[in-house]
Ligand binder design. Sequence first.
Ligand SMILES: CC(C)(COP(=O)(O)OP(=O)(O)OC[C@H]1O[C@@H](n2cnc3c(N)ncnc32)[C@H](O)[C@@H]1OP(=O)(O)O)[C@@H](O)C(=O)NCCC(=O)NCCS
Length: 218
Amino acid sequence: MRDLLPAAVAVVVAEPPDWEGALLPEEQAGLGDRAVTSRRREFTAGRVCARRAISALGRSPVAVPTAANRAPVWPSGVVGAITHTRGYCAAAVAPADEIRSVGLDAEQHKPLSPGVVQAICLPEEEALFPRLPSGVSWPTVVFSAKETIYKVWHPIVGTWLDFHDATVTLDPATGRFTARIAPARVAAATVHAPPATVSGRFAVDGGLVRTAAVLLPA
Ligand SMILES: CC(C)(COP(=O)(O)OP(=O)(O)OC[C@H]1O[C@@H](n2cnc3c(N)ncnc32)[C@H](O)[C@@H]1OP(=O)(O)O)[C@@H](O)C(=O)NCCC(=O)NCCS
């Protein structure tokens, strides 16, 4: 993920031991008592990476608890995001005075079923796929971009975004994506300067689709 985010963002990708690391007591509640092994491993790797990323900002590596809405609770003055998929986990954090919000997402690079594509992609997004280079599941890239967009949007605006509330345009030549957020969602937002567009980067390699984006201070 380091390649997809600006230098102000501290990025940590999990190493094999991180999946077996330790949670701090304040983090344990976010996992619950009945988590299956795979959930425990991904949640733990995310918290270990998040704390290491906070340290990389020169701050004390405090616990990262979980809010009622499932989002991580970052220390004051820090913004961040976590992603995990089979065999891969990463966390990104940044000082809030330099970066307003950060999002990142990793997915397995696999085709989506037609029903899922329809649920995720708008007709205008689907119409562009035949013009993009072959060998990439472009709906999966759009899916990942939309997960990243939600992680950027939700911590600052606090409202839901449906998959059809963002229209994503991909530029394979530069590895950049741009998303237009549905004007009605932007108009309904009660925060100062809600983002009407979100721009980010994507990569497809190593069996993964990775996406990331930041918003700069308004
Ligand atoms: C929250 C969501 C985006 C997570 O994405 P995912 O691909 O399922 O899973 P990832 O592994 O990449 O990310 C999971 C992490 O997201 C973070 N997360 C959960 N809710 C979050 C929120 N509201 N805001 C920010 N981050 C959140 C958590 O850190 C979670 O990991 P953890 O539970 O171990 O701490 C997804 O589950 C979801 O609810 N999507 C629907 C909303 C959406 O994407 N709309 C499209 C808008 S265009």
